[in-house]
Design a protein around this ligand. Structure first.
Ligand code: GLN
Length: 290
């Protein structure tokens, strides 16, 4: 084949397929686009365009990284979530499509409350995806986003800035194990809505996940003790202390955790569950009753 661009894509496709990556062609195209800073359409319109050797070398090294199963989002440095773009690196979890439903549920709840201003707390904000998506899509929220990892907070702050909601979110370096009376002072009282996509995988299951996850995503964003319920339970307890009456906690849970979460959360809250797009119970919606 004499055309350079098609040849490079074909090379990348074959290499990625050999590494067990299904969408080899698409990903090869995306990596080439990234290196030459063009969209896929621009790439295909000018198939005979010149590509410097330096760019070709760069492309080949990205293909190698992907062959080692580094997630595309970490290679490209961005991930899409709720129609927005988020910067990501290996200190934060890559935002997942199912978590978009959590944002949807939170916004529904916020918009049904008819209140002037609502306070929203995102526990374990990571890349800031949930906090930013909520801030971006509601005019009546004041958002607090906490994480106990300074590197994640740096990413989250940048994402708030890039998405134009920096002024609507207050970031805090806090752990759910900190004294929450002190947290209450910082957030100036009680909270209307708490959201969280906490780690919820049992410790010994993390290494069994696909290599993109087990080898590259931060284990502190995934692993949650022997049964995977450590943080969910702690968040339920903390939320019970932080929420206003009629306030609501919406938290993402793992496959098969509904029964245990139901038993635990119903001691404190009036609860229901919502499914993800695959029909799996994925979100606990817990309301604090007076
Ligand atoms: N809130 C972030 C997300 O939903 C991070 C979650 C986490 O690190 N467990 O992607």
């Amino acid at each position: 084949m004499d055309n350079k661009i098609l040849e490079l894509i074909k090379y990348g496709d074959a290499a990625l397929k050999e590494a067990g990556i299904e969408k080899g062609k698409l990903e090869a195209e995306m990596l080439l686009c990234h290196v030459v800073n063009k969209t896929r359409i621009q790439l295909y319109i000018d198939l005979s365009g010149f590509i410097a050797q330096e760019k070709i070398d760069q492309y080949k090294s990205l293909i190698k990284e992907r062959m080692r199963r580094k997630p595309m989002q970490y290679i490209l440095g961005t991930a899409a979530f709720y129609g927005l773009e988020f910067m990501v690196n290996e200190s934060v979890l890559i935002p997942r499509p199912e978590t978009e439903t959590l944002v949807e549920l939170a916004l529904e709840h916020i918009n049904n409350r008819f209140e002037r201003m609502l306070s929203v707390l995102d526990i374990g904000t990571g890349s800031g995806n949930i906090a930013v998506a909520i801030a971006k899509n509601s005019n009546i929220v004041e958002v607090f986003a906490m994480d106990n990892n300074e590197k994640s907070l740096e990413v989250a702050k940048r994402n708030a800035e890039e998405n134009g909601v920096k002024g609507k979110i207050q970031f805090m370096n806090r752990s759910i194990y900190d004294d929450y009376e002190e947290l209450k002072t910082t957030i100036d009282g009680y909270i209307d809505v708490i959201v969280s996509n906490p780690p919820y995988i049992a410790d010994d299951q993390v290494e069994k996940l696909m290599p993109e996850i087990s080898q590259y995503e931060p284990h502190y964003a995934l692993a949650a003790g022997a049964d995977g319920l450590e943080f969910i339970k702690k968040i339920i307890l903390v939320s019970n202390g932080l929420l206003k009456y009629n306030g609501v906690l919406i938290v993402e849970i793992g496959d098969d955790q509904k029964r245990d979460v139901e038993a635990f959360a119903s001691r404190y809250f009036s609860i229901e569950f919502a499914n993800d797009l695959n029909g799996v119970p994925r979100f606990l919606i817990a309301e604090k009753r007076g």
